[in-house]
Design a protein around this ligand. Structure first.
Ligand code: SAH
Length: 296
């Protein structure tokens, strides 16, 4: 099914109000919402929501339905976004990435592997994580640093995508890593990539939304977790994820924009985590937290 982009144009205050309603009413569906200026001068704004799993007509109906009592005069526009596999597309012709001691590359760059790096070969397939994103690179650099300083008992890569971070950890530590994702395609991709990189037996991948699944209890508690998701789910996950972690523990979070920093820091502070490192790559933050440890 394609992605439907719904736009509701209005003047600034009204568009912001509509955006608030969309955010609130669609929060549990996980659809992305946004608000932006459509024309220079700030005269016209648009509230946007991207809806999946239905056609344009149904999506418009759904928005009308949900916004219901707050019915507004602004017209609703719907547009079907072309189905492009951006991840696969972005990998074509991409250059390999060096992050810390890791070298992430596609099969076409196999011959460029440096002898002194941990080389990770990933095909993007349908999952996110080729090393080209600032968040992935940020996590790799931070993992490289952390794993060099001390050892960990149980390690979790939450929101594993292509499995790139779990593979990096397994390569460096020769230890088992639990890798989970809400998306079963990502889990399959992770298994294939782990196998291809010679760490298949070390990467334990399964599909799960967040950390409620009982398997997290069986596999944990974790003393190192890396989660490169997004600010909203990471905020929601602060309490349940912390419960799956041991004391002491280290946590690396990414997928955050600069302005998300304070919200995340305070959510995790409530769980006893102290921010010990903050780095920015291409405008994306990677934050490292510890609890029960002097630093990381
Ligand atoms: N770890 C990879 C991929 C990051 S993309 C890297 O660093 O490159 C974020 C991944 O988180 C996606 O694969 C997405 O499917 C997954 N994700 C999003 N919400 C999730 C949730 N609630 N529980 C588990 N995984 C989730």
């Amino acid at each position: 099914m394609p992605t439907i982009r719904i736009l509701i144009k209005a003047e600034e205050l009204e568009a912001k109000r509509i955006n608030d309603i969309l955010e609130r009413t669609f929060e549990d569906d996980g659809y992305a919402t946004a608000i932006f200026e459509t024309k220079a001068g700030g005269r016209e704004w648009a509230a946007e929501i991207l809806i999946t799993d239905m056609d344009a007509e149904e999506a418009v109906e759904l928005v009308r339905d949900r916004v219901g009592a707050d019915a507004f005069a602004a017209p609703i526009e719907a547009e079907e976004l072309p189905e492009i596999n951006w991840v696969a597309k972005s990998l074509e012709g991409l250059k390999p990435v060096r992050a810390g001691r890791f070298f992430v590359h596609g099969s076409h760059d196999r011959d460029k592997r440096p002898f002194n790096a941990h080389s990770i070969e990933v095909e993007a397939a349908l999952a996110f994580g080729t090393g080209h994103h600032g968040t992935t690179a940020g996590c790799l650099v931070e993992l490289d640093r952390l794993l060099n300083r001390r050892s960990y008992n149980r390690i979790l890569d939450l929101g594993t995508g292509t499995g790139v971070l779990a593979i990096a950890i397994a390569m460096m530590t020769k230890q088992e890593v639990v890798a989970t994702d809400i998306d079963p395609v990502a889990v399959r991709t992770t298994r294939e990539n782990a196998e291809k990189n010679g760490v298949g037996p070390l990467v334990k991948a399964f599909a799960a939304n967040g950390v409620d699944d009982r398997r997290f209890g069986e596999e944990g508690p974790f003393d190192l977790v890396v989660a490169n998701i997004l600010a909203k789910p990471l905020t929601k996950l602060s309490a349940p994820l912390s419960r799956r972690m041991s004391w002491p523990a280290t946590l690396v979070l990414s997928g955050l924009l600069e302005h998300d920093g304070p919200r995340i820091v305070s959510a995790y502070a409530m769980q006893g985590f102290k921010l010990v490192r903050k780095r920015s790559y291409d405008g994306w933050l990677t934050l490292t937290f510890v609890r029960g440890l002097p630093d990381a």
